[in-house]
Structures are given as structure tokens and as C-alpha cells.
Write a protein that binds this ligand. Structure first.
Ligand SMILES: NC(=O)c1ccc[n+]([C@@H]2O[C@H](COP(=O)([O-])OP(=O)(O)OC[C@H]3O[C@@H](n4cnc5c(N)ncnc54)[C@H](OP(=O)(O)O)[C@@H]3O)[C@@H](O)[C@H]2O)c1
Length: 262
């Protein structure tokens, strides 16, 4: 049995799937969380066999806060302490907020913001008590500037960056670190599910693989770094708010993110 257990949300695909593989390679036991249970079970089977670790699958819809209580209580009952928490599950959408009356933006707030915050709160309390723990939150490059037509998604990621940085400062000296990874465009199911595959601006940016982002994010977490941006172009983008007047920035962002008429 491994000395440490890592819980990864959104482990059924993309970056979360790859983070789970990296942590398994390192020898951590795992708790995998997402809605698609079959995918989690397949991943669990493969990781247990290849890396000789224990994997617990917890299918859960993170739009429901009660699911986080269920995960937490179940792990407590089973005597599984979480030493590494990876809040990766997330979703987005592209288009004018007023284009329809669907509730996808509310789901983004529920998963990206509420679930991340509540998961962190629940597990960080225990980590601080034990004087040991690492938290890795997956934000996005979109958290550095306002994103017209992805207004809610960008704002949820801005929240994750600020929340993570503030908590990191708060927890200094407790043995618990908080790292926030801010990927740019990454190959995964995200763009298909969130309808962002046709965002022209994203096509101009370098697209990294999920495995590459996962490896860099986990490495940064182990080094207990704060905010992590992947690649020099993404780094340059993240610095835009510091060098460009806000109204110019908004105009540019609106122009490059505006959906084309069909
Ligand atoms: N891809 C990019 O370009 C990019 C760029 C910057 C940041 N990010 C961020 O990276 C993170 C991972 O995204 P990805 O690119 O790997 O996308 P992805 O392949 O679509 O993976 C998203 C993961 O989130 C889980 N998830 C979504 N809604 C959920 C819910 N209600 N309850 C539980 N789990 C839920 C999905 O699992 P189920 O569907 O099985 O529930 C899936 O495992 C997200 O936070 C995203 O915002 C992505």
C-alpha cells in the first residue's frame, strides 16, 4: 500500500485522466471522481495492474454539493486520508450569455467554483490537522483577463486563481501547499463538450497535449509552486493585464472571442 493517497476530480478524461496516470506512476493510491463511472473503472483497473496501487472509484456529479459530503464521509469511513487533492473537473461554454435560457453557466459555477471550494475546504481541514498535504487546482489562462462570450467560464477561473493564491498565503507554514495550474488551449474533450472548438483565437494559440499539461502541473505541485503557466506564449498572455489598459484589453478580447455569424 502506498504512503499517500491522491484524489483527482474529472479523472474520466483529458487532463484529469493524465494527472491520475502521473500520480499512479509515482506510486500514490488514488481516488478517482467524475460522473462517467465506466471510464473510471477502466482507468482504475489499468492503473492498479500496471502500478500496483489501490484505486477507489467514486462516481459523482459535482454540481451537487451533497455528493462532496458523500465522498468525504465514505473515505473517512474507509480510513482513507487524502494527502493530495486535485480539483480538475470543469466545463465551459461559448456564446452570448443572453443567447438562450439554458443553465450551462450555472453548472460551470457549480463545478468550477462551488465544488472546488467545498472540496478544498473539506479536505484542507484534515490536511492542516495532520500538518501535511498538497492541493492542485486547475484554473485556465482565461482567468487572467475578462473573456466576453465566455464571461462566466473566465470569471470562474479568475476565482480559482485568486482563491488558490489567497489560500496558499493563508496556509503557509502549515505543511499544506496550494498550487494553481493555468493551462492554455489543451487537447481534450473540453472543446467539443463546451462548444469552444471554433473559437478562432484559440486556434492561433499553441495547443499542448493533456499529458504534457498534467506532467508539468503535478511537477509544480510537488515543488509547492504557486501559480503555474505553461509555455512562453501563454506566459506573455497572462501578463497582458499588467501592460495593457483595461478598456483596450476588453475591446481586443471581445473582438477575438466574438462568434462569427453563420
Ligand atoms: N482543454 C483546455 O483547453 C483547457 C484549458 C484551460 C483549462 N482547462 C481546464 O482543465 C480542466 C480539465 O479539462 P479537460 O480539458 O481535461 O476537459 P475534459 O476532457 O472535458 O474533462 C473534464 C472532466 O471534468 C469532469 N466533469 C465535468 N462536469 C462534471 C460534473 N458535473 N461532475 C463531475 N465531474 C465533472 C468530466 O467527467 P464526467 O463527464 O465523466 O463527469 C471530465 O473528467 C477543467 O477544469 C478545464 O476548465 C482546460
Amino acid at each position: 500500500m502506498a504512503l499517500t493517497t491522491a484524489l483527482v476530480t474529472g479523472a474520466s478524461s483529458g487532463i484529469g485522466y493524465e494527472i491520475s496516470k502521473v500520480l499512479a506512476e509515482e506510486g500514490h493510491d488514488l481516488v478517482l471522481v467524475a460522473r462517467r463511472e465506466e471510464r473510471l473503472k477502466q482507468l482504475a483497473q489499468y492503473l492498479e495492474k500496471d502500478f500496483n496501487i489501490q484505486v477507489t472509484v467514486m462516481a459523482a456529479d459535482l454540481t451537487r454539493i451533497s455528493e462532496i459530503d458523500r465522498i468525504f464521509d465514505t473515505l473517512k469511513e474507509q480510513g482513507i486520508p487524502v494527502d493530495i487533492l486535485v480539483n480538475n473537473a470543469g466545463l465551459g461554454s461559448w456564446g452570448p450569455l443572453t443567447a438562450d435560457d439554458k443553465n450551462t453557466e450555472i453548472q460551470q459555477i457549480q463545478v468550477n467554483v462551488l465544488a472546488t471550494t467545498y472540496m478544498t475546504k473539506k479536505f484542507a481541514v484534515d490536511m492542516v490537522r495532520r500538518g501535511l498535504g498538497k492541493i492542485l487546482n486547475i484554473a485556465s489562462l482565461s482567468g487572467f483577463t475578462p473573456w466576453p462570450y465566455m464571461a462566466v467560464y473566465g470569471a470562474t477561473k479568475a476565482y480559482i486563481i485568486e482563491f488558490s493564491e489567497a489560500l496558499r498565503a493563508e496556509l503557509k507554514g502549515t505543511g499544506v501547499s496550494v498550487t494553481v495550474s493555468c493551462p492554455g488551449p489543451t487537447a481534450s474533450e473540453f472543446h467539443q463538450i463546451s462548444g469552444t472548438a471554433d473559437v478562432g483565437f484559440l486556434r492561433l494559440m499553441p495547443v499542448l497535449g493533456s499529458a504534457q499539461v498534467a506532467r508539468a502541473s503535478v511537477a509544480a505541485m510537488h515543488k509547492r509552486k504557486g501559480v503555474v503557466v505553461h509555455g512562453w506564449l501563454n506566459l506573455a498572455y497572462s501578463l497582458l493585464p499588467r501592460i495593457m489598459p483595461r478598456n483596450w484589453l476588453l475591446r481586443v478580447m471581445k473582438l477575438i472571442l466574438k462568434p462569427r455569424r453563420r
